[in-house]
Design a protein around this ligand. Structure first.
Ligand code: SF4
Length: 369
């Protein structure tokens, strides 16, 4: 299939792997920000094509993984109310809160619906005028325009029983937290191509210059990723640090002007807690005052700010790139996709889930299974 198959060409991937080997002169750590990239890397074994001196770190770009406990708990509380239909993407249903998950609310009789778009939730609100319909709005810059559009649409048709519980977050502030931490290991980033399709990459230029770190805006197919790694590495080996765009077939420097305009109209930037990374200044998107009637926190009360789970789950370190799923003593034994202890095992884009799905043989070699 044109535009897909050509990015899966094994010979082209192998050629980039050879070029990477030929220019690598020392140890480097490269972080792919996006969970979709993590999934593709592990699924296609791209990390296994690289020289030992290059380590890929798996970043915080999985929206399911970074939604904090406090918002999950609020979602569970709202979903358990009698007059509410709670709509969510399927991945969020099994993310553990302080006590239980959204599925447990459904088992107890709550009206939860798995939807594929905020517009599905809008339709459900139109069909159920006597119920409050709440959409769980998670995601990064990629999904924020669609969430914002659903609010605009609700206003246009005069819906009063629709609201959004926002857990939307912005990627650049999280990258800055990683770069500025004392134990930062990241030498270069692969930035998430779909996020930049909306936001562009001007903000990344400030980050790259401020921290002298190469950032390559990268797509999601195997050839995209291996080329993004090569471009990052070429900068590192040359002593350069700038933003480059591997995903130019989709991303423009200024992003998508119309999507940004809708986001700026409907949403406002706030401080937000990330699971694993803690509170990050100006990293969240909430519903702006102008559209507050569609804000679930206005209707059902504010999210209590509680800190993340502790215990044996080390997903916080995994999301910062300081540890890997195999470092977790619960991996593949007490924690599996069927019985996840942490969010990074729930979503298919979570690093623990990707390792579990595609590294079974390595798991067996470690004697964990
Ligand atoms: S394997 Fe499970 S418990 Fe361990 S870090 Fe991953 S999600 Fe947390």
């Amino acid at each position: 299939m044109k535009y897909i198959d050509e990015y899966h060409n094994p010979r082209a991937v192998a050629a980039f792997a050879e070029k990477i080997k030929s220019i690598t002169s020392r140890d480097w750590n490269i972080m792919e920000v996006c969970g979709g990239q993590t999934h593709a890397i592990v699924r296609h074994g791209l990390d296994q094509l690289l020289p030992d001196r290059i380590t890929l770190l798996h970043g915080p770009g999985c929206p399911v993984c970074v939604t904090p406990l406090s918002i999950i708990d609020k979602a569970i509380e709202i979903a358990g109310r009698e007059n509410v239909i709670f709509c969510s993407f399927g991945d969020m249903m099994r993310v553990p809160g302080s006590a239980g998950d959204l599925f447990s609310v459904k088992s107890a009789g709550g009206d939860l619906r798995v939807v594929y778009s905020p517009l599905d939730a809008l339709r459900i609100a139109q069909e159920n005028p006597d119920k409050e319909v709440v959409f769980f709005g998670i995601g990064f810059e990629t999904t924020a325009p669609a969430n914002a559009m659903s609010i605009l649409q609700a206003g246009l048709v005069g819906l009063e029983n629709f609201s959004v519980l926002s857990a939307m977050v912005l990627i650049p502030p999280a990258m800055e937290v990683i770069l500025s931490s004392d134990n930062n290991k990241v030498d270069a980033f692969l930035a998430a191509g779909h996020v930049c399709t909306v936001s562009g990459f001007e903000q990344y230029e400030e980050l790259s210059a401020g921290y002298s770190v190469p950032i390559v805006v990268t797509g999601f197919e195997p050839l995209d990723i291996i080329q993004g790694i090569y471009m990052s590495l070429a900068q590192l080996e040359d002593g350069r640090a700038m933003v480059e765009n591997q995903y130019s077939r989709s991303v423009k420097r200024e992003g998508n002007a119309e999507a940004r305009r809708v986001m700026e109209d409907v949403l406002t930037i706030v401080d937000r807690r990330w699971r694993g990374l803690g509170m990050i200044e100006s990293s969240g998107l909430a519903i702006s005052d102008k559209y507050r009637q569609y804000d679930a926190e206005e209707k059902f009360g504010k999210v209590d700010d509680i800190s993340d789970q502790s215990g044996e789950c080390i997903s916080a370190e995994i999301l910062k790139g300081t540890r890997k799923p195999f470092d977790c003593p619960a991996f593949g034994t007490r924690c599996t996709p069927e019985n996840p202890l942490g969010a990074t095992m729930v979503s298919s884009e979570g690093a623990c889930s990707a390792y579990y799905s595609y590294r079974k043989l390595d798991l067996q070699k470690t004697g964990l299974e």
